[in-house]
Design a binder for this molecule. Sequence first.
Ligand code: CDM
Ligand code: ATP
Length: 306
Amino acid sequence: MTSAPATPADHVTVRVPAKVNVQLAVGPPRPDGFHDLANVFLAVGLYDEVTATRAGGLELTCSGPDASLVPLDGSNLAARAAVRLAAHHNLRPDVRLHISKDIPVAGGMAGGSADAAGALLACDALWGTATPREELLAICAELGSDVPFPLVGGAALGEGRGERLTPLPVGGAFHWVFATADGGLSTPAVYREFDRLTGGRAPEPAPSAELLAALDAGDATALAAALSNDLQPAALSLRPSLRETLDAGTGAGALAALVSGSGPTCAFLAADADAAELIAKALAASGTCRTARVAASPARGAEVLP
Ligand SMILES: C[C@](O)(CO)[C@H](O)COP(=O)(O)OP(=O)(O)OC[C@H]1O[C@@H](n2ccc(N)nc2=O)[C@H](O)[C@@H]1O
Ligand SMILES: Nc1ncnc2c1ncn2[C@@H]1O[C@H](COP(=O)(O)OP(=O)(O)OP(=O)(O)O)[C@@H](O)[C@H]1O
């Protein structure tokens, strides 16, 4: 007796994580306008879900508290990912994409990039195109500097403009609080402000040995001492009120506080899960942020949900 042929699924859902940059060392502007980075990404347990469903053309919907801030036209990174993957296989991008959004929008946590990585994986599974991992990563890098990382998850060093990844070992769980802000910050504007503040003469970026050792050891105290973000002065210059948010978190017992990527979300490292809950409560009560969310790291990269 032979088993029935497998029916292709009519929809696929992929869960994909946000990131925090535990080190973001930024060099001077390159001739192409980008900056070379030593970008240590850590995936955190805040997730978007991208569902790809069979359809007669490309459609896009989004739900979640920040859904009204997400563009639903061809500029959406998830839609661009579907179009790019279809072109790679000489197919039409016939898919309905739904983004269930929990990652803050324009918050420096790479939410749009996560959706692009999620859409690639979901469409690849829906269309049965079985794209090799290296090709998926190359398409991610074309879509944006932050897009390859959410596919991989865990922790990784991003070099070049951040798209060339080397996975990093992480020896234990880290507990974070993320304070979101009203209104996003534009990533290009923050890089421009960085150039203005450094006069275009920043040193060449290099990964910190102390930081990599702290990650490898799973040592929160050592990680707190080694956290750094070269874009933080630029984000604070554009949004001075973030200083009050950072101070409220350290005042509530965080081991360290920093702006996440290009901001304006602020990240606080806590000693353990209980401390993270207390810091989140204090931040929420401080009136210095919109929401305060706890999340643990490392988180797994994009994966198809059963
Ligand atoms: C700030 C970070 O989130 C840290 O991970 C990333 O560097 C931003 O990555 P991203 O949002 O994927 O950025 P991209 O979509 O590749 O580029 C958007 C814009 O950001 C600036 N940009 C980005 C990455 C980089 N290494 N240098 C840059 O100067 C450029 O002005 C670029 O036009
Ligand atoms: N799927 C998407 N989700 C959210 N924003 C998107 C998406 N696609 C395109 N965008 C646009 O990209 C802008 C940046 O959104 P995103 O949430 O990715 O910012 P970010 O977290 O600061 O990014 P990064 O940390 O990679 O710099 C938004 O203001 C929005 O106009």
